[in-house]
Design a protein. Structure first.
Lengths: 166, 261
C-alpha cells in the first residue's frame, strides 16, 4: 500500500516536483505556511497536508516545526538573558556597587548574544539568518553568518542549511 | 471498517447519486461497482499507453496543495509548473510561482536540482533511462521528480496495482475539453483522474484525497497546454550553472546526517 501511496503521490507530483518545497521568498522563509504562521503553537500551525503519504512532505512539515522550535527556544533564551541584563542594570543604578553590577549586566548581555547566535552543530534550518557571507573553504561553500557557519544542501527537493564546522 | 460510517457514507452517496440523476446526469445512475470497472481500467490504460508512446512532449501543470490547520481551517497553495520530456532519457521541469521556484534537469547522464532563489544547485550522476532515473531520484535522493508516475512506461499498471475499486463517473468538461472522469479507491487515498476523450487521451486533471488524514486534504493538478510535438533541442535538458550559482550536495548522498534538532 505504501508503495502505491508514494507512486500515486508521485503521479500527483506530476510536473510539480517541487511540491514539497513551497518557499515563500520572505525574510523568514516558511514552507507551506506564510510568515503569519511562523509562531509555533499559533492556530495557524498546520496539522496536515494533502498527500501526507508523500514522505517528503510529511517529513517536511515535522521538520519545519522542529526547526522553528529550535529558533523559538533560542529566542526565548536570548530574551531571558536580556531581561536579566536589564534587571542587573536597574540594580546597578540603585546599588552602591554600581561598577560590579554593570559588569554583570555586560556579561549577561554578551551571554544573550551568544545564546542567540549559537546553534548546535548539525542543526538544520530552512533559512539563513540575515547578513551572511558566502565563503569557499576546502572546496565547500559555507555561509558565514556572524561567525556561525552553515553548509547548504538539498534535502529532498528542499534547500536546507546545516550549522557546520568548516 | 466502521459499520456506522460505512452505512452513513452509503446513504450519503445514494442521496447524492439520486440528486445527480434527478439533475439529469443519467451516466451517474448506476451504483459504484465492486472492484475495478473494466471500462475505467480501459480508459486509464489508453491514456497511459498513449503517453508512453509520445517521444517528446511539454505540458503546463497547475497544482494545488491543501493544508489543514490545527483549527481545522483549510488553506490552498497553488503552484504552476512546466514540464518537458524527451524519451527515453531527458526531462526538464520548472516550477515557478510566488511560493516556489525550482528547476529539475535530467539529460540522460546526470540529474540537477537548482534553486534560483538560493542560487544553489546539486548535481549527481543519474541512471540511463527515465524510468530508472525516477526511481533513483525518489529512493536515493528523496527528490520527487515531476510527472513521475505518469511518465513511467507502465503508469496505468502501477496506478491500478494497489487500487481496490474504480469506476467511470461519467463525462466531464475540464478546461473546455471533453473528458471522462474516473474515480478509484486505495487504502490511504482516493484518487480521480479526468482523461481527454479525443484522439489524444491525455490526462487533464488529477486529484488525490488523503482520506485518513485529518481534514482529508486534497492535492489537485490541472494539466494544460499539452504539446505532443514540441520543438526543442538538447539544450532544454542541459543545466548550465547561472552566474554566481553555488554547487552543494544532495544531503542524502553525503555521510553527514541531515537531521533537525
Amino acid at each position: 500500500m505504501k508503495k502505491f501511496l508514494i507512486s500515486i503521490v508521485l503521479t500527483a507530483s506530476v510536473l510539480c516536483m517541487p511540491i514539497a518545497s513551497f518557499q515563500p521568498d520572505a525574510p523568514l522563509r516558511l514552507r507551506f505556511v506564510g510568515n503569519a504562521e511562523a509562531i509555533i503553537g499559533m492556530p495557524w500551525t498546520p496539522l496536515s497536508f494533502a498527500g501526507v503519504a508523500r514522505r517528503t512532505m510529511y517529513r517536511e512539515a515535522a521538520w519545519n516545526a522542529a526547526a522553528y522550535n529550535v529558533a523559538a527556544t533560542n529566542a526565548a533564551t536570548a530574551n531571558m538573558a536580556y531581561a536579566n541584563a536589564a534587571a542587573a542594570q536597574a540594580a546597578a543604578a540603585n546599588a552602591s556597587a554600581a561598577q560590579a553590577a554593570a559588569a554583570n549586566a555586560q556579561a549577561a548581555a554578551a551571554a544573550a548574544q551568544r545564546a542567540a547566535a549559537s546553534l548546535p552543530i548539525g542543526t538544520t534550518v530552512p533559512y539563513l539568518p540575515p547578513n551572511c557571507n558566502s565563503t569557499l573553504i576546502n572546496g565547500v561553500n559555507y555561509f558565514n553568518c556572524n561567525g556561525v557557519y552553515y553548509k547548504a544542501g538539498f534535502q529532498g527537493n528542499n534547500v536546507v542549511y546545516i550549522v557546520s564546522t568548516p | 471498517m466502521n459499520e456506522v460510517s460505512y452505512f452513513a457514507r452509503r446513504i450519503v452517496s445514494v442521496v447524492a447519486l439520486t440528486m445527480l440523476v434527478s439533475a439529469g446526469w443519467p451516466q451517474l445512475g448506476h451504483t459504484q461497482p465492486a472492484g475495478i470497472d473494466p471500462q475505467a481500467e480501459k480508459v486509464l490504460r489508453r491514456m497511459s499507453d498513449y503517453l508512453a508512446g509520445r517521444q517528446q512532449f511539454t505540458v503546463k501543470a497547475e497544482s494545488t496543495l491543501e493544508a489543514v490547520l490545527t483549527s481545522g481551517q483549510k488553506l490552498q497553495y497553488d503552484s504552476p509548473a512546466t514540464l518537458s520530456v524527451s524519451r527515453p532519457n531527458k526531462l526538464h521541469a520548472h516550477r515557478k510561482g510566488d511560493l516556489a521556484n525550482q528547476e529539475f534537469f535530467y539529460d540522460g547522464k546526470s540529474l540537477t536540482l537548482y534553486s534560483p532563489r538560493a542560487n544553489l544547485y546539486a548535481t549527481t550522476a543519474a541512471p540511463a533511462t527515465l524510468d530508472e532515473m525516477l526511481d533513483f531520484a525518489r529512493e536515493k535522493l528523496d527528490v520527487i521528480a515531476p510527472a513521475s508516475e505518469l511518465l513511467y512506461k507502465n503508469a496505468a499498471e502501477k496506478m491500478l496495482k494497489e487500487s481496490t475499486s474504480g469506476f467511470v463517473v461519467g463525462p466531464s468538461v475540464v478546461g473546455g475539453v471533453k473528458t471522462t472522469h474516473l474515480a478509484f479507491r486505495a487504502g490511504e487515498v482516493d484518487w480521480q483522474i479526468w482523461i481527454d476523450d479525443g484522439d489524444k487521451p491525455l490526462p487533464r486533471k488529477f486529484i488525490i484525497s488523503s482520506k485518513k488524514v485529518s481534514g482529508e486534504p486534497e492535492f489537485t493538478v490541472i494539466m494544460r497546454n499539452w504539446d505532443v510535438a514540441p520543438k526543442f533541442t538538447d539544450q532544454e535538458f542541459n543545466f548550465k550553472a547561472p552566474k554566481g550559482a553555488k554547487k552543494v550536495e544532495f544531503l542524502s548522498l553525503t555521510s553527514e546526517p541531515a537531521k533537525s534538532k
